[in-house]
Design a binder for this molecule. Structure first.
Ligand code: PLP
Length: 420
């Protein structure tokens, strides 16, 4: 669906008037052909998109990383799907649910640049990565490598298989300001032994926003016969990439983060030749070893969420992947560049543009992360989340496409006040 048809469709459901869809249509018309880089600093353009969000007036929300709540046109579509599935009941589930999910999966595959046979809709990153980690055939003495900056519960799953099967987990620590891609690749490479079976690596480290050189890590690992499982929780619909280009073996992500689907949607990618090597966590009817459905069966689940994934992809495409990435990077660099050299302020996110996008992390010397988050909220009405280690001490800052530079100016002022 292109911009026009999404807007027409949304207007048809009667939501155009309440969320400014006509204004949005006119805006897109006027910006045809303007590059993402140029549009990134066009506040008027992004303020029109901001109007599609129902924002709480209580605080400036710089914690969109947990859940990128849904803009109003998508919320209306979600509610319509809930009503329709509820109206049709079993008839919908028996006659349409499977076919519709297949169509949405194909659309997701097109978005992610992989084959529809290699991708499945799941409930979230946790489920996707745990399917892989728990489903692999582990033997006593096998080794894995992960970073202490990876997501906590995924590390826990590796520890769990560690204690269950006698797998040895090795932990590396990713520097907040790496000198080069090679430094990061070497970090993982140096931890590999002949026993290493799997590397878990974050596409973007959630607590700092650092983007890792996944392709280089995968190429290095494959040359040594090691598989790579990528945690892409924050990467999908945040910055543009193609799963096939990453050359990873497994990829998991949450769609309720940057794709802004309603809560409870994720994706799992498994390279076709790797599928037979995974045992299903939940067993369904599919037995063919090269069918991803064999390992991604869930039983009955909210089908209306599957349907909204399609709308969320349309919405994302309407804004434009390049435009969104450029805007998110612009706003991150907008505020970080104003405080990077301020005494006592520490930015825990690399300065190079290709090593970060919308997410960054800031600390203040002498103020504990929890206290910083509390004071930002209580004294300056800025909502963030505190990160207290490992090797990262500060608040994670995740703006969204609706965040304005005025809001970021207020945030910068708050940081300078707290640091002074
Ligand atoms: C890097 C990373 N991995 C995994 C997860 C888990 O995501 P979910 O709870 O959607 O499964 C998160 C959540 O914030 C995350 O940041």
């Amino acid at each position: 669906m292109n911009k026009r048809s999404f807007i027409k469709n949304a207007a048809f459901t009667g939501i155009g008037a309440t969320v400014g869809m006509d204004a949005l249509a006119a805006l897109f018309e006027s910006k045809l052909g303007v590059s993402g880089e140029v549009l990134a600093s066009d506040e008027q353009f992004w303020k029109t998109i901001r109007k599609q969000y129902l924002l709480k007036p209580d605080y400036i929300n710089l914690e969109n990383g947990y859940y990128n709540f849904v803009p109003q046109p998508l919320l209306e579509k979600f509610i319509a799907h809930v009503k329709e599935v509820n109206y049709q009941g079993s008839f919908y589930m028996r006659n349409y649910a499977v076919e519709n999910k297949k169509r949405v999966t194909s659309k997701l595959a097109a978005l992610m640049g992989c084959s529809a046979e290699e991708i499945a809709i799941t409930r979230n990153t946790t489920e996707s990565l745990d399917i892989v980690i728990a489903g692999k055939h582990w033997e006593k003495g096998d080794e894995t490598i992960m970073a202490e900056q990876d997501y906590g519960s995924i590390i826990e799953m590796l520890k769990h298989v560690g204690s269950r099967y006698g797998v040895i987990n090795k932990m590396v620590s990713v520097p907040n300001h790496p000198k080069s891609d090679e430094e990061i690749v070497a970090l993982y490479e140096n931890a590999i032994t002949p026993k290493t079976k799997l590397i878990l690596v974050s596409h973007i480290i959630n607590i700092t926003g650092q983007i890792l050189p996944i392709r280089k890590i995968c190429d290095m690992a494959h040359a040594k016969g090691v598989e790579v499982c990528v945690d892409g929780a924050h990467a999908v619909a945040h910055f543009k990439f193609n799963i096939t280009d990453l050359n990873c073996d497994y990829y998991g992500a949450s769609l309720h983060k940057w794709l802004s689907t309603p809560l409870g949607a994720g994706l799992l990618y498994v390279k076709k030749e790797k599928m037979p090597g995974i045992e299903p966590l939940i067993v369904g009817w599919e037995k063919e070893p090269y069918k991803i459905l064999r390992i991604s069966h869930t039983g009955t689940h909210p089908s209306h969420t599957d349907l909204t994934i399609e709308d969320s992809i349309d919405y994302y495409n309407m804004i434009g992947a390049e435009r969104k990435e450029s805007r998110l990077r612009f706003i991150q660099e907008y505020w970080t560049s104003k405080v990077r050299t301020v005494p006592r302020i520490i930015i825990n996110t690399p300065v190079e543009s290709h090593r970060a996008c919308g997410i960054a992390n800031v600390g203040i010397e002498g103020i504990k992360p929890g206290e910083l988050a509390k004071r930002l909220l209580d004294e300056h009405r800025v909502y963030t989340v505190a990160i207290d280690g490992p090797n990262v001490f500060g608040c994670r800052i995740t703006p969204n496409v609706y965040t304005t530079t005025d809001e970021l100016d207020q945030f910068v002022k708050a940081l300078k006040t707290l640091a002074s």
